[in-house]
Design a protein around this ligand. Sequence first.
Ligand code: ADP
Length: 488
Amino acid sequence: MYIVMIASECAPVSKVGGLADVVYGLSRELEIRGNEVEIILPKYDCMRYDHIWDLNVAYQDLLVPWDDGAIHCTVWFGSVQGRKCFFIEPHSNNNFFHRERYYGFPDDAMRFAFFSKASLEFLLKSNRHPNIIHCHDWQTGLVPVLLYEIYQHQGMHHSRVCYTIHNFRYQGITGIDILSATKLDRAEYYHHPDRLKDNTHPSALNFMKGGIVYSNFVTTVSPKHAGEARHTDQGYGLNDTLHKHQNKFCGVLNGLDYEVWNPEIDPLIPYHYTAVTLDNKYGNKSALRDRLLLRQAFKPIIAYVGRLDVQKGVHLIRHGIFYALQNEAQFVLLGSSPEASINNDFWQLKHELNDNEDCHLEIGFNEELAHLIYAGADMIIMPSMYEPCGLTQLIALRYGTVPIVRSVGGLVDTIFDRDNSSKPLTARNGYVFDEADYTAIETVMHRAISLWYAYPDQFRKLIRQGMQYNYSWHRSGQHYLDIYEHIQ
Ligand code: ADP
Protein backbone atom coordinates (compact mmCIF):
# COMPACT_ATOMS: atom_id res chain seq x y z
CA MET A 1 0.00 0.00 0.00
CA TYR A 2 1.12 3.57 -0.62
CA ILE A 3 0.47 5.72 2.44
CA VAL A 4 1.07 9.45 2.89
CA MET A 5 1.06 10.95 6.38
CA ILE A 6 0.21 14.65 6.55
CA ALA A 7 1.02 16.12 9.95
CA SER A 8 2.29 19.20 11.74
CA GLU A 9 4.93 17.27 13.73
CA CYS A 10 7.31 14.35 13.29
CA ALA A 11 9.95 13.18 15.76
CA PRO A 12 12.71 14.08 16.14
CA VAL A 13 12.75 16.85 13.58
CA SER A 14 9.69 18.84 14.66
CA LYS A 15 8.36 17.70 18.00
CA VAL A 16 6.15 19.30 20.61
CA GLY A 17 4.56 16.17 22.08
CA GLY A 18 3.35 12.64 21.45
CA LEU A 19 1.91 13.43 17.99
CA ALA A 20 5.48 13.65 16.69
CA ASP A 21 6.42 10.25 18.15
CA VAL A 22 3.31 8.65 16.67
CA VAL A 23 3.84 10.02 13.16
CA TYR A 24 7.42 8.76 13.16
CA GLY A 25 6.81 5.42 14.89
CA LEU A 26 3.70 4.42 12.97
CA SER A 27 5.34 5.33 9.65
CA ARG A 28 8.32 3.19 10.50
CA GLU A 29 6.16 0.22 11.47
CA LEU A 30 4.12 0.50 8.26
CA GLU A 31 7.33 0.55 6.22
CA ILE A 32 8.71 -2.49 8.03
CA ARG A 33 5.55 -4.28 6.94
CA GLY A 34 6.34 -3.58 3.29
CA ASN A 35 4.30 -0.45 2.65
CA GLU A 36 5.51 2.67 0.90
CA VAL A 37 5.24 5.59 3.35
CA GLU A 38 5.91 9.30 2.84
CA ILE A 39 5.41 12.10 5.35
CA ILE A 40 4.49 15.70 4.47
CA LEU A 41 5.43 18.39 7.00
CA PRO A 42 5.73 22.18 7.08
CA LYS A 43 9.27 23.48 6.64
CA TYR A 44 9.58 25.31 9.96
CA ASP A 45 12.56 27.54 10.59
CA CYS A 46 12.80 26.16 14.15
CA MET A 47 13.06 22.46 13.17
CA ARG A 48 15.98 20.27 14.22
CA TYR A 49 17.75 20.41 10.84
CA ASP A 50 20.55 18.33 12.33
CA HIS A 51 18.16 15.36 12.15
CA ILE A 52 17.47 15.72 8.41
CA TRP A 53 19.78 13.92 6.05
CA ASP A 54 20.32 15.03 2.48
CA LEU A 55 17.81 17.86 2.28
CA ASN A 56 17.13 18.66 -1.39
CA VAL A 57 14.59 20.47 -3.48
CA ALA A 58 12.00 17.94 -4.65
CA TYR A 59 9.56 20.28 -6.39
CA GLN A 60 10.66 23.74 -7.35
CA ASP A 61 7.63 25.83 -8.27
CA LEU A 62 4.50 24.65 -6.58
CA LEU A 63 1.76 27.24 -6.99
CA VAL A 64 -0.90 26.77 -4.34
CA PRO A 65 -4.21 28.53 -5.15
CA TRP A 66 -4.90 30.83 -2.23
CA ASP A 67 -7.20 33.84 -1.77
CA ASP A 68 -7.43 35.64 -5.08
CA GLY A 69 -4.14 34.31 -6.38
CA ALA A 70 -1.62 31.66 -5.48
CA ILE A 71 1.31 31.21 -3.09
CA HIS A 72 4.56 30.03 -4.55
CA CYS A 73 6.12 27.13 -2.59
CA THR A 74 9.26 25.05 -2.72
CA VAL A 75 8.92 21.44 -1.61
CA TRP A 76 12.00 19.85 -0.06
CA PHE A 77 12.80 16.21 0.47
CA GLY A 78 15.00 14.72 3.17
CA SER A 79 15.42 11.60 5.23
CA VAL A 80 14.63 11.76 8.94
CA GLN A 81 16.20 8.70 10.53
CA GLY A 82 15.19 6.65 7.50
CA ARG A 83 11.70 8.15 7.01
CA LYS A 84 10.99 9.87 3.71
CA CYS A 85 9.84 13.39 4.46
CA PHE A 86 8.67 16.26 2.28
CA PHE A 87 8.80 19.76 3.71
CA ILE A 88 6.61 22.52 2.32
CA GLU A 89 8.10 25.98 2.24
CA PRO A 90 5.75 28.80 1.21
CA HIS A 91 7.25 32.04 -0.08
CA SER A 92 4.87 34.77 1.01
CA ASN A 93 4.74 37.73 3.30
CA ASN A 94 2.68 35.69 5.76
CA ASN A 95 5.83 33.84 6.78
CA PHE A 96 3.63 30.93 7.81
CA PHE A 97 6.42 28.73 9.17
CA HIS A 98 9.18 31.21 9.96
CA ARG A 99 8.06 31.94 13.48
CA GLU A 100 10.68 30.51 15.87
CA ARG A 101 8.14 28.13 17.37
CA TYR A 102 5.54 25.71 16.06
CA TYR A 103 2.23 26.93 17.45
CA GLY A 104 0.61 29.70 19.41
CA PHE A 105 -0.04 32.46 16.85
CA PRO A 106 -3.30 34.29 16.12
CA ASP A 107 -3.23 33.03 12.52
CA ASP A 108 -2.57 29.35 13.38
CA ALA A 109 -5.80 28.29 11.66
CA MET A 110 -4.75 30.09 8.50
CA ARG A 111 -1.21 28.65 8.66
CA PHE A 112 -2.38 25.05 8.86
CA ALA A 113 -5.27 25.50 6.43
CA PHE A 114 -2.59 26.59 3.99
CA PHE A 115 -0.41 23.63 4.87
CA SER A 116 -3.34 21.24 4.28
CA LYS A 117 -4.10 22.78 0.92
CA ALA A 118 -0.46 22.88 -0.14
CA SER A 119 0.01 19.20 0.78
CA LEU A 120 -2.83 18.13 -1.52
CA GLU A 121 -1.68 20.46 -4.28
CA PHE A 122 1.75 18.86 -4.03
CA LEU A 123 0.32 15.34 -4.25
CA LEU A 124 -1.74 16.34 -7.26
CA LYS A 125 1.00 18.18 -9.15
CA SER A 126 3.68 15.60 -8.46
CA ASN A 127 1.31 12.91 -9.68
CA ARG A 128 1.24 10.99 -6.42
CA HIS A 129 -1.80 8.85 -5.84
CA PRO A 130 -1.60 7.36 -2.36
CA ASN A 131 -4.06 4.65 -1.41
CA ILE A 132 -4.28 6.21 2.02
CA ILE A 133 -3.80 9.73 3.29
CA HIS A 134 -3.43 9.59 7.06
CA CYS A 135 -3.78 12.99 8.70
CA HIS A 136 -3.59 14.05 12.30
CA ASP A 137 -5.26 16.50 14.68
CA TRP A 138 -6.97 19.82 13.95
CA GLN A 139 -4.08 21.16 11.89
CA THR A 140 -4.91 18.77 9.05
CA GLY A 141 -8.69 18.49 9.55
CA LEU A 142 -9.25 20.32 6.25
CA VAL A 143 -7.34 17.70 4.25
CA PRO A 144 -10.32 15.34 3.72
CA VAL A 145 -12.63 18.31 3.15
CA LEU A 146 -10.38 19.67 0.40
CA LEU A 147 -9.77 16.20 -1.02
CA TYR A 148 -13.44 15.35 -1.44
CA GLU A 149 -14.66 18.82 -2.37
CA ILE A 150 -11.88 19.92 -4.71
CA TYR A 151 -8.99 17.56 -5.41
CA GLN A 152 -11.06 14.47 -6.11
CA HIS A 153 -12.58 16.32 -9.06
CA GLN A 154 -9.13 17.21 -10.34
CA GLY A 155 -7.96 13.61 -10.55
CA MET A 156 -7.37 12.33 -7.01
CA HIS A 157 -10.23 9.79 -7.08
CA HIS A 158 -8.21 7.06 -5.61
CA SER A 159 -7.14 8.17 -2.15
CA ARG A 160 -9.00 7.43 1.10
CA VAL A 161 -8.50 9.30 4.35
CA CYS A 162 -7.86 8.05 7.86
CA TYR A 163 -7.95 10.86 10.45
CA THR A 164 -6.44 10.46 13.91
CA ILE A 165 -7.34 12.76 16.77
CA HIS A 166 -4.62 13.03 19.39
CA ASN A 167 -6.22 15.81 21.43
CA PHE A 168 -9.86 16.88 21.33
CA ARG A 169 -9.23 20.09 23.22
CA TYR A 170 -7.62 21.85 20.26
CA GLN A 171 -10.04 21.78 17.32
CA GLY A 172 -9.12 24.64 15.02
CA ILE A 173 -12.18 26.77 15.73
CA THR A 174 -12.01 29.82 13.51
CA GLY A 175 -13.88 32.36 11.39
CA ILE A 176 -15.48 31.48 8.07
CA ASP A 177 -13.22 33.82 6.10
CA ILE A 178 -10.78 30.90 5.86
CA LEU A 179 -13.13 29.17 3.44
CA SER A 180 -12.57 31.66 0.65
CA ALA A 181 -8.79 31.63 1.21
CA THR A 182 -8.74 27.87 0.65
CA LYS A 183 -11.12 28.12 -2.35
CA LEU A 184 -13.94 26.32 -0.56
CA ASP A 185 -16.17 28.99 -1.98
CA ARG A 186 -19.76 28.24 -0.97
CA ALA A 187 -19.66 29.50 2.63
CA GLU A 188 -23.28 28.58 3.45
CA TYR A 189 -22.71 25.00 2.24
CA TYR A 190 -19.64 24.42 4.40
CA HIS A 191 -20.82 26.46 7.37
CA HIS A 192 -23.63 23.97 7.96
CA PRO A 193 -24.28 21.78 11.03
CA ASP A 194 -23.70 18.63 8.95
CA ARG A 195 -20.31 19.83 7.78
CA LEU A 196 -17.92 22.34 9.36
CA LYS A 197 -20.14 24.53 11.54
CA ASP A 198 -18.93 24.47 15.14
CA ASN A 199 -21.38 22.80 17.51
CA THR A 200 -20.92 25.40 20.25
CA HIS A 201 -20.08 28.70 18.53
CA PRO A 202 -22.66 29.14 15.79
CA SER A 203 -20.69 31.69 13.80
CA ALA A 204 -17.49 29.63 13.71
CA LEU A 205 -15.97 26.85 11.63
CA ASN A 206 -14.39 23.79 13.19
CA PHE A 207 -11.54 22.05 11.33
CA MET A 208 -11.64 18.93 13.49
CA LYS A 209 -15.36 18.53 12.89
CA GLY A 210 -14.65 18.78 9.15
CA GLY A 211 -12.03 16.08 9.55
CA ILE A 212 -14.51 13.78 11.30
CA VAL A 213 -17.32 14.39 8.82
CA TYR A 214 -15.30 13.98 5.64
CA SER A 215 -12.78 11.24 6.53
CA ASN A 216 -13.40 7.63 5.64
CA PHE A 217 -12.29 6.55 9.09
CA VAL A 218 -11.58 8.39 12.34
CA THR A 219 -9.52 7.16 15.25
CA THR A 220 -8.39 8.47 18.57
CA VAL A 221 -5.39 7.14 20.40
CA SER A 222 -6.79 4.71 22.97
CA PRO A 223 -9.96 2.63 23.32
CA LYS A 224 -10.78 4.20 26.69
CA HIS A 225 -10.51 7.72 25.28
CA ALA A 226 -12.75 6.85 22.34
CA GLY A 227 -15.51 6.23 24.89
CA GLU A 228 -14.63 9.34 26.93
CA ALA A 229 -14.71 11.52 23.82
CA ARG A 230 -18.17 10.29 22.88
CA HIS A 231 -19.79 10.17 26.27
CA THR A 232 -18.14 12.79 28.51
CA ASP A 233 -17.06 16.43 28.37
CA GLN A 234 -13.69 15.21 27.04
CA GLY A 235 -15.20 15.34 23.56
CA TYR A 236 -15.13 19.14 23.97
CA GLY A 237 -18.40 19.68 22.10
CA LEU A 238 -17.81 17.08 19.38
CA ASN A 239 -19.77 14.31 21.15
CA ASP A 240 -22.77 14.56 18.84
CA THR A 241 -20.61 14.60 15.73
CA LEU A 242 -18.78 11.48 16.93
CA HIS A 243 -22.09 9.87 17.75
CA LYS A 244 -23.40 10.53 14.27
CA HIS A 245 -20.26 9.04 12.76
CA GLN A 246 -19.83 6.24 15.30
CA ASN A 247 -19.65 3.54 12.63
CA LYS A 248 -16.37 4.89 11.38
CA PHE A 249 -14.85 5.82 14.75
CA CYS A 250 -12.72 3.78 17.17
CA GLY A 251 -9.76 3.96 19.53
CA VAL A 252 -6.40 2.47 18.54
CA LEU A 253 -3.82 2.45 21.31
CA ASN A 254 -0.64 4.27 20.34
CA GLY A 255 2.49 2.21 20.18
CA LEU A 256 5.99 3.22 21.15
CA ASP A 257 8.95 3.02 18.83
CA TYR A 258 11.14 0.49 20.62
CA GLU A 259 14.14 1.36 18.44
CA VAL A 260 14.12 4.97 19.62
CA TRP A 261 13.08 4.19 23.19
CA ASN A 262 15.31 1.31 24.21
CA PRO A 263 17.62 1.51 27.25
CA GLU A 264 19.70 -1.33 25.84
CA ILE A 265 20.98 0.76 22.91
CA ASP A 266 19.88 4.38 23.57
CA PRO A 267 22.83 6.57 22.48
CA LEU A 268 21.56 9.40 24.70
CA ILE A 269 22.16 7.60 28.01
CA PRO A 270 25.56 6.70 29.46
CA TYR A 271 24.70 3.26 30.89
CA HIS A 272 22.78 0.66 28.93
CA TYR A 273 20.59 -1.93 30.64
CA THR A 274 17.75 -4.42 30.35
CA ALA A 275 15.43 -6.02 32.91
CA VAL A 276 18.22 -8.55 33.53
CA THR A 277 21.02 -5.99 33.92
CA LEU A 278 18.89 -3.55 35.88
CA ASP A 279 21.74 -2.54 38.19
CA ASN A 280 23.25 -0.55 35.34
CA LYS A 281 20.22 1.75 35.48
CA TYR A 282 21.68 3.25 38.65
CA GLY A 283 24.68 4.57 36.74
CA ASN A 284 22.19 6.74 34.91
CA LYS A 285 20.65 7.86 38.18
CA SER A 286 24.02 9.06 39.32
CA ALA A 287 24.71 10.71 35.94
CA LEU A 288 21.37 12.49 36.11
CA ARG A 289 22.20 13.85 39.55
CA ASP A 290 25.59 15.06 38.34
CA ARG A 291 24.07 16.69 35.30
CA LEU A 292 21.41 18.54 37.32
CA LEU A 293 23.56 19.22 40.38
CA LEU A 294 21.45 17.13 42.73
CA ARG A 295 23.15 15.57 45.70
CA GLN A 296 24.02 11.88 45.65
CA ALA A 297 21.82 10.54 48.44
CA PHE A 298 19.96 7.36 49.27
CA LYS A 299 16.63 8.64 47.97
CA PRO A 300 14.30 7.84 45.09
CA ILE A 301 14.08 10.30 42.20
CA ILE A 302 10.56 11.14 41.10
CA ALA A 303 10.21 12.89 37.73
CA TYR A 304 7.80 14.69 35.48
CA VAL A 305 8.51 15.00 31.73
CA GLY A 306 5.93 16.65 29.53
CA ARG A 307 4.08 19.71 28.43
CA LEU A 308 3.05 21.98 31.30
CA ASP A 309 -0.60 22.25 30.40
CA VAL A 310 -3.79 22.30 32.45
CA GLN A 311 -4.48 18.93 30.79
CA LYS A 312 -1.46 17.46 32.56
CA GLY A 313 -2.68 18.46 36.04
CA VAL A 314 -0.18 21.25 36.67
CA HIS A 315 -1.61 21.94 40.15
CA LEU A 316 -1.02 18.30 41.12
CA ILE A 317 2.47 18.28 39.59
CA ARG A 318 3.31 21.32 41.69
CA HIS A 319 1.88 19.68 44.80
CA GLY A 320 3.74 16.45 43.98
CA ILE A 321 7.06 18.33 43.93
CA PHE A 322 6.57 19.57 47.49
CA TYR A 323 5.22 16.25 48.70
CA ALA A 324 8.27 14.45 47.30
CA LEU A 325 10.70 16.91 48.92
CA GLN A 326 8.96 16.60 52.30
CA ASN A 327 8.95 12.81 52.11
CA GLU A 328 12.54 11.86 51.52
CA ALA A 329 12.45 11.88 47.73
CA GLN A 330 14.16 14.00 45.08
CA PHE A 331 12.25 15.60 42.22
CA VAL A 332 13.19 16.40 38.61
CA LEU A 333 10.92 18.22 36.17
CA LEU A 334 11.39 18.82 32.46
CA GLY A 335 8.64 20.71 30.72
CA SER A 336 7.45 23.88 29.11
CA SER A 337 4.22 25.61 28.29
CA PRO A 338 3.13 27.91 25.48
CA GLU A 339 0.92 29.63 28.09
CA ALA A 340 2.84 32.50 29.66
CA SER A 341 1.04 32.27 33.02
CA ILE A 342 1.90 28.58 33.52
CA ASN A 343 5.47 29.09 32.35
CA ASN A 344 5.89 32.03 34.74
CA ASP A 345 4.53 29.99 37.65
CA PHE A 346 7.08 27.28 37.05
CA TRP A 347 9.92 29.78 36.57
CA GLN A 348 8.99 31.29 39.90
CA LEU A 349 8.90 27.85 41.50
CA LYS A 350 12.29 27.13 39.98
CA HIS A 351 13.74 30.26 41.63
CA GLU A 352 12.10 29.33 44.92
CA LEU A 353 13.69 25.87 44.85
CA ASN A 354 16.96 26.92 43.31
CA ASP A 355 19.10 26.12 46.34
CA ASN A 356 17.42 22.81 47.07
CA GLU A 357 19.87 20.00 46.37
CA ASP A 358 17.05 17.50 46.02
CA CYS A 359 15.18 19.24 43.25
CA HIS A 360 15.73 20.49 39.72
CA LEU A 361 13.20 22.10 37.42
CA GLU A 362 14.25 22.41 33.79
CA ILE A 363 11.88 24.69 31.88
CA GLY A 364 12.16 24.06 28.15
CA PHE A 365 12.18 21.29 25.58
CA ASN A 366 15.17 18.98 25.62
CA GLU A 367 15.00 15.58 23.92
CA GLU A 368 18.45 14.51 25.12
CA LEU A 369 17.75 15.33 28.77
CA ALA A 370 14.37 13.58 28.54
CA HIS A 371 16.13 10.30 27.73
CA LEU A 372 18.48 10.66 30.70
CA ILE A 373 15.56 11.41 33.02
CA TYR A 374 13.60 8.34 31.89
CA ALA A 375 16.72 6.24 32.48
CA GLY A 376 17.80 7.85 35.75
CA ALA A 377 14.54 8.37 37.65
CA ASP A 378 12.86 5.76 39.85
CA MET A 379 9.29 6.91 39.31
CA ILE A 380 7.42 9.28 37.03
CA ILE A 381 4.17 11.10 37.77
CA MET A 382 1.33 11.79 35.32
CA PRO A 383 -1.58 13.30 37.24
CA SER A 384 -3.44 14.19 34.03
CA MET A 385 -6.92 15.70 33.97
CA TYR A 386 -7.43 13.85 30.71
CA GLU A 387 -4.97 11.82 28.64
CA PRO A 388 -5.94 10.58 25.17
CA CYS A 389 -3.16 7.97 25.24
CA GLY A 390 0.03 9.24 26.85
CA LEU A 391 3.43 8.06 25.72
CA THR A 392 5.36 9.19 28.77
CA GLN A 393 4.09 6.26 30.87
CA LEU A 394 4.97 3.81 28.08
CA ILE A 395 8.49 5.22 27.82
CA ALA A 396 8.83 5.08 31.61
CA LEU A 397 7.84 1.40 31.66
CA ARG A 398 10.43 0.63 29.03
CA TYR A 399 13.13 2.40 31.06
CA GLY A 400 12.21 0.68 34.33
CA THR A 401 10.79 3.87 35.83
CA VAL A 402 7.59 3.18 37.73
CA PRO A 403 4.63 5.23 36.44
CA ILE A 404 2.30 6.90 38.93
CA VAL A 405 -0.76 7.93 36.91
CA ARG A 406 -4.32 9.17 37.22
CA SER A 407 -7.02 6.82 35.95
CA VAL A 408 -7.99 8.59 32.73
CA GLY A 409 -7.85 7.73 29.03
CA GLY A 410 -4.89 5.74 27.75
CA LEU A 411 -3.41 5.63 31.26
CA VAL A 412 -6.25 3.27 32.24
CA ASP A 413 -5.54 1.07 29.22
CA THR A 414 -1.83 0.74 29.97
CA ILE A 415 -1.04 1.05 33.71
CA PHE A 416 -2.30 -1.38 36.37
CA ASP A 417 -2.06 -0.52 40.05
CA ARG A 418 0.27 -2.64 42.13
CA ASP A 419 -2.06 -2.87 45.10
CA ASN A 420 -5.48 -2.75 43.55
CA SER A 421 -6.20 -4.06 40.09
CA SER A 422 -8.16 -6.77 38.34
CA LYS A 423 -4.89 -7.87 36.71
CA PRO A 424 -2.96 -10.76 38.31
CA LEU A 425 -0.25 -9.66 40.75
CA THR A 426 2.48 -10.51 38.26
CA ALA A 427 0.98 -8.29 35.55
CA ARG A 428 0.82 -5.08 37.58
CA ASN A 429 3.15 -2.32 36.50
CA GLY A 430 2.66 0.95 38.38
CA TYR A 431 0.42 3.05 40.59
CA VAL A 432 -2.98 4.49 39.71
CA PHE A 433 -5.16 7.05 41.51
CA ASP A 434 -8.61 8.35 40.74
CA GLU A 435 -9.40 11.73 42.24
CA ALA A 436 -7.80 14.94 40.98
CA ASP A 437 -7.10 16.27 44.49
CA TYR A 438 -4.12 16.71 46.80
CA THR A 439 -5.06 13.84 49.12
CA ALA A 440 -5.21 11.39 46.23
CA ILE A 441 -1.79 12.29 44.85
CA GLU A 442 -0.27 12.28 48.33
CA THR A 443 -1.68 8.84 49.06
CA VAL A 444 -0.45 7.33 45.83
CA MET A 445 3.03 8.89 46.14
CA HIS A 446 3.18 7.67 49.73
CA ARG A 447 2.47 4.10 48.57
CA ALA A 448 5.22 4.26 45.95
CA ILE A 449 7.86 5.94 48.15
CA SER A 450 7.13 3.55 51.04
CA LEU A 451 7.62 0.50 48.83
CA TRP A 452 10.90 1.93 47.53
CA TYR A 453 12.24 2.34 51.09
CA ALA A 454 10.67 -0.61 52.90
CA TYR A 455 10.61 -3.34 50.25
CA PRO A 456 13.30 -2.65 47.64
CA ASP A 457 13.00 -6.18 46.28
CA GLN A 458 9.31 -5.71 45.71
CA PHE A 459 9.98 -2.38 44.04
CA ARG A 460 12.46 -4.00 41.66
CA LYS A 461 9.95 -6.72 40.93
CA LEU A 462 7.44 -4.04 39.97
CA ILE A 463 10.05 -2.40 37.72
CA ARG A 464 10.77 -5.70 35.98
CA GLN A 465 7.09 -6.43 35.47
CA GLY A 466 6.73 -3.03 33.80
CA MET A 467 9.74 -3.61 31.57
CA GLN A 468 8.22 -6.84 30.37
CA TYR A 469 5.22 -5.11 28.84
CA ASN A 470 5.24 -4.78 25.09
CA TYR A 471 3.63 -1.59 23.88
CA SER A 472 5.50 -1.52 20.58
CA TRP A 473 3.79 -0.55 17.33
CA HIS A 474 3.48 -4.18 16.34
CA ARG A 475 -0.17 -4.68 17.26
CA SER A 476 -1.38 -1.13 16.60
CA GLY A 477 0.41 -1.02 13.24
CA GLN A 478 -1.64 -4.05 12.19
CA HIS A 479 -4.79 -2.40 13.50
CA TYR A 480 -4.15 0.66 11.30
CA LEU A 481 -3.46 -1.56 8.29
CA ASP A 482 -6.79 -3.32 8.90
CA ILE A 483 -8.49 0.08 8.94
CA TYR A 484 -6.74 1.10 5.71
CA GLU A 485 -7.83 -2.16 4.03
CA HIS A 486 -11.36 -1.63 5.26
CA ILE A 487 -11.69 1.83 3.67
CA GLN A 488 -9.94 0.98 0.40
P1 ADP B 1 1.35 14.88 24.77
O1 ADP B 1 1.27 14.34 23.38
O2 ADP B 1 0.03 15.20 25.38
O3 ADP B 1 2.30 16.02 24.88
P2 ADP B 1 2.51 12.28 25.43
O4 ADP B 1 2.76 11.64 26.76
O5 ADP B 1 1.65 11.55 24.46
O6 ADP B 1 1.95 13.73 25.72
O7 ADP B 1 3.90 12.52 24.67
C1 ADP B 1 4.86 13.37 25.15
C2 ADP B 1 6.14 13.19 24.35
O8 ADP B 1 6.82 14.44 24.30
C3 ADP B 1 7.10 12.22 24.98
O9 ADP B 1 7.96 11.69 23.99
C4 ADP B 1 7.88 13.14 25.94
O10 ADP B 1 9.13 12.58 26.30
C5 ADP B 1 8.04 14.36 25.06
N1 ADP B 1 8.20 15.63 25.78
C6 ADP B 1 7.21 16.41 26.29
N2 ADP B 1 7.72 17.52 26.84
C7 ADP B 1 9.06 17.46 26.66
C8 ADP B 1 10.15 18.32 27.01
N3 ADP B 1 9.94 19.47 27.65
N4 ADP B 1 11.39 17.96 26.64
C9 ADP B 1 11.60 16.77 25.98
N5 ADP B 1 10.62 15.91 25.64
C10 ADP B 1 9.36 16.25 25.97
